[in-house]
Design a protein around this ligand. Structure first.
Ligand code: URA
Length: 236
C-alpha cells in the first residue's frame, strides 16, 4: 500500500508537493470518486486513477514500443529534429523515459523505450544477442553477391573484425531484409556501403520475436508493452 501523493509522484506528476496540490485541488479521482486525502494509501497493482480528467493505470515501470517516424532524433538533446520523447506524455519525461538503443533520424520502425535501467542495460548488452530485423531500400540493385557479402561479413573502418549479418535476403530489385545481432553506429548503412551499395531508406521491422506489423501501430504511434510482448524479446 502506498500513499496517493507518492503514487502520483512515482507516475511522473511532479514533486510530492506538486502532487499534494493536485490532490487538494480536486484534480484526482480514484475508482471514479474524488480522492482528496494525499495520505490515503492504495494498493498500486492495477490501480486506475484520473488526473485532470485523464485516465491512468499505475505502472511500476514503463515498457513502450513506438513506430518511429522519420525526422525524429532518439537523443534527449536533439540537434536538428524533435526528440523522440516529444511523442510521449510529459509524465514519461519526468520518469526519465529513454530509448533502448537508437535509430537514426531517417530510420523508421520499431523502437523500444523504458524507464527501467536494468531492462535498458540488458536489452542493449551485446552479450544478449537479440536479433534486430531491418528492411532497407538500396540505391543499386540487390545482387546475389551483395547478399553473400553481407552474410560472410564486411570490414568497417573502425571495427577490429568483419561484421556479418545473421540473415539476409533480397526482397525485390532494390530491397533487402537484413538481421543483425549487434547494434553498431549506422551499422546497416555502413555495411551496405562497405559491400558496394548504398542505403536509401531503412526501417526496423522486428526486435527478437516482437514484430512491428503485429502491433498495429501507425508511424508516430506508441503502445505499452505487456508481459507477453516482453517475453518475445528474450533471445531465442
Ligand atoms: N543501422 C543503421 O544504419 N541505422 C539505424 O538507424 C539502425 C541500424
Amino acid at each position: 500500500m502506498v500513499t496517493l501523493d507518492k503514487i502520483l509522484q512515482s507516475q511522473g506528476f511532479g514533486s510530492r508537493k506538486e502532487c499534494r496540490a493536485l490532490i487538494a485541488g480536486g484534480y484526482v479521482m480514484v475508482g471514479g470518486l474524488p480522492a482528496t486525502e494525499h495520505d490515503r494509501a492504495y494498493e498500486t497493482a492495477g490501480l486506475e486513477f484520473t488526473v485532470d480528467g485523464e485516465d491512468w493505470l499505475y505502472r511500476e515501470k514503463l515498457y513502450l514500443a513506438l513506430n518511429k517516424p522519420v525526422d525524429i532524433e532518439c537523443s534527449r538533446k536533439p540537434s536538428y529534429h524533435p526528440s523522440v520523447l516529444t511523442l510521449f506524455p510529459d509524465q514519461f519525461m519526468a520518469r526519465d523515459l529513454q530509448p533502448v538503443g537508437r535509430l537514426d533520424h531517417d530510420t523508421t520502425g520499431l523502437l523500444l523505450l523504458s524507464d527501467d535501467g536494468a531492462f535498458i542495460h540488458a536489452q542493449s548488452s551485446p552479450k544478449r544477442h537479440v536479433p534486430k530485423v531491418y528492411r532497407a531500400t538500396t540505391a543499386r540493385p540487390v545482387s546475389a553477391e551483395l547478399v553473400a557479402a553481407l552474410k560472410a561479413g564486411v570490414q568497417l573502418h573502425d571495427e577490429p573484425a568483419p561484421l556479418a549479418a545473421l540473415y539476409c535476403e533480397a526482397l525485390g530489385e532494390n530491397r533487402l531484409e537484413i538481421v543483425l545481432e549487434q547494434g553498431k553506429y549506422h551499422q546497416v548503412k555502413r555495411m551496405l556501403a562497405a559491400a558496394g551499395n548504398h542505403c536509401e531508406a531503412l526501417t526496423r521491422v522486428a526486435i527478437g520475436g516482437l514484430r512491428l506489423d503485429e502491433l498495429d501501430l501507425a508511424p508516430g504511434d506508441w503502445m505499452y508493452l505487456e508481459e507477453r510482448h516482453l517475453a518475445l524479446l528474450a533471445p531465442a
